[in-house]
Every structure is written in C-alpha cells, then in structure tokens.
Design a protein around this ligand. Sequence first.
Ligand code: UD1
Ligand code: UDP
Length: 383
Amino acid sequence: MKKCMLIFGTRPEAIKMAPLVKEFQKYPEEFQTLVCVTGQHREMLDQVLRIFDIIPDYDLNIMKQGQDLYDVTARVLIELRDILKKEQPDVVLVHGDTTTSTAASLAAFYQQIPVGHVEAGLRTHNIYSPWPEEMNRQLTGRIATYHFSPTSLSRENLLKENVAAERIIVTGNTVIDALYWVVEKIGKDGAFRDKLEEQLFSSGYDVRRLENGRRLVLITGHRRENFGEGFISMCQAIKTLTKKYFDVDFVYPMHMNPNVRRPIYEIFGENLFGLGNIFFIEPLEYLSFVYLMKKSTIVLTDSGGIQEEAPGLGKPVLVMRNTTERPEALSAGTVKLVGTDYDRIVNEVSALLDSEEHYEQMCKAVNPYGDGKACERIVSTFR
Ligand code: UD1
Ligand code: UDP
C-alpha cells in the first residue's frame, strides 16, 4: 500500500487537485490517500472543499489577513515538519506555482520524501512575471522527482532544463477533468442549472438579464505584479467600458485580497451596489463560476486557470498580463495578451463587442490543455 499525501492551499490548487484526490480514493486497496491543506486561502479554499466533498486529514490554517510571502513560506515549512515526520508518505504531490506548493516541496525534500509536481513545466522565463509564481514553479521543478506536464510544450521546457525524459509524464491539465465534470452536469441536469442560477442570484447577479440577447463580460483579477498602478488602470478601463456599453453587463467576482479590492473602491466608490450594468460580487463557488463563464461573451482576466478553462468553452479571453506561461491557447487564437494599459483594454474589449467577425475569429472552442483524463494518468504512474 502506497501512502500519497496531496498538499494544497489556495482556490486554484484545490480545484485542480480535487479530481486527483477523488481518483486516488478510487483505489483504497492500493493507496492510502492523505489530504493536507495549508489554508493559505481560507474562505476561497473552503468553497472548493465543500463542493468536492473533501475533508482534509490536516489543515494548517495558516492564512492571516495581509500575509506576505515570508509569512506563507515560513508557516507552511514549519507546520509541515512534524506532519511529514509522523506520516512519512511515500510521495508528496503538490500543484503548480503557489507559495504553498514550493514550501511544501521543500518541506518534503528536507525529509527526502519524493515530490510529484502536478502542472509541471509551465514557463515564462521571466522571474518577475508572474511574480512570484515563475520562480515558485522553477524551484518546485528542481525538487520534484515526478513531473506531470499538462502539454507537450511544458514537457519541452523541462527537457531544456535537463530534467530526465523518463521523469516527465504528459497528462493534460487536471483542471479540464474538473471542468468536464461540471459542464456535463450543467448540460444534463436542469434542476442543477436552476440551483446555480439561484446561487448566482443570491450572490448578486441575475442571469435572466441575459435572456434577451444582453451580453456579459466576466472579469477577474488578482496578480501581485498588477497591484497598484495596474489595477487602477484596469478599473478605469472597466468603468469607461460600462459607460460605453449600457447594453452589456460586466460581472466582477472580486478576489478577497485587499490589494485587489482597494483600487475597485477607489475608482467605483465605497458603495458597490446599484451601479447599473456592473456587478461587483463575492468570489463565486466553482460551479456557479463555470456556469457564468459558459454564459459570458468575453472573459477579461489575469488568472492562470481561467486561461485554460475559457478556451475550452469557446470563450475569447483577454488576459491582463504582458506574459503568459500558457501560450497554447494564444497560438490557437482564443487568448490574447492585453496587459493593464487603459487604452489597450478599452480598445480590445470594444473590438470584440463591436465586430461580429472579429469576435467569431476569437471564439472557436479549442482545448489544448487536456482530455479530462489527466488524473487517471497521474494515478496510474503510481500503480
Ligand atoms: C495566491 C497565490 C497565487 C494564486 C492565487 C490564486 C502565492 C504567492 N500566490 O495569491 O499564485 O494565483 O493565490 O487566487 O502563492 N484572502 C482572504 N480569504 C481567502 C483568500 C485570500 O481573505 O480565502 C486575502 C487575505 O487577506 C490574504 C490575501 O487575500 O492575506 C492574500 O492571499 P495570498 O494567498 O497570500 O495571495 P493571493 O493573491 O491570493
Ligand atoms: N474561480 C472560482 N470562482 C471565482 C473566480 C474563479 O471558482 O469567483 C475559479 C476559476 O474557474 C479557476 C480558478 O478559480 O478554476 C482560478 O483561480 P484564480 O484566478 O484565483 O487563480 P490562478 O488560476 O490565477 O492561479
């Protein structure tokens, strides 16, 4: 019996690791599956655990308001010491590029426990963009024994760094496993759709507004390198767009980081209710977020995960960043980098809203990130 410990701590890691937890749990005679959450995120992590019905074996509960990179790194490292000593797992699995995943990899390495890196090999080669994620994933890559790459391009990146070919397994991204599961449920279960619409309504957005051809721009943002200036100009651009397009709804589920919310209050005022066609709402549960993505016309975001999900749903994504470690959908033409420049954001959103031809060119459904079987492939490596 192999003991596998999955360690994660933020919303996106949880969404992408949840289907993997479930896959390991399918084989109780082969694996003892342990889940350890760091709680780098609290509310946004718990939302995901609830939906996927995951009860962690360990919860480090490290989140503090206004935590910085030192806080997260140090707390995860120290807290994991005794847990790893006690459990001595055969392998620790971490995900992606957060500080939780890098600190957890280091904690495992200090006890010579092999690390499996899920979503391995993504690179921008610019250590400050995204920051600190690019360095996080490079460091985790150095520590890892097993590299689960989502695409052949990410495999190439690792080969160039002299990672042994036999240690790299191209699996697809586990986010597509999660996405397919939700999309299938949305597709065939009317009662489920009604429930999601109700949830959205109580979160502050009524999707029935879209029934008469009204369009929707879905917005998210949270990147550290956009804090300050970047977020201010993003918000100014969004404000201009809401006034230019009264016939379009703009929905912005706000990340809980105070650095994300401050510029929103600065540009839109302290009272974010009743602003007409812009809806600032609390972070949505994954299921209702996917539902809203499906209903949207354009997605405007700086998120990593959303760059993988939205193209699969045939939605054009304008990415408010200057670089991306996910060039596959960029090459396919459904993702475009627009940075945080005010004019660029206004012009690119307007071009998509104004020209049907331009819109059609960008909204072909492509899915370079997987076939929904990534978790199966990862687990089979250990069987
Ligand atoms: C983190 C990750 C980032 C990932 C992002 C996904 C690092 C350094 N950053 O950034 O790679 O893309 O998550 O969303 O690992 N907060 C809450 N409740 C929550 C979550 C956050 O109140 O459920 C607030 C807290 O004040 C917290 C702050 O947000 O201190 C920042 O959280 P943190 O995890 O440090 O950074 P993120 O910007 O969320
Ligand atoms: N997401 C969500 N609710 C929201 C906004 C996003 O469930 O209100 C999901 C989204 O579908 C994606 C993930 O969160 O799977 C992306 O998380 P985030 O943008 O915070 O992090 P990143 O992917 O940039 O690391």
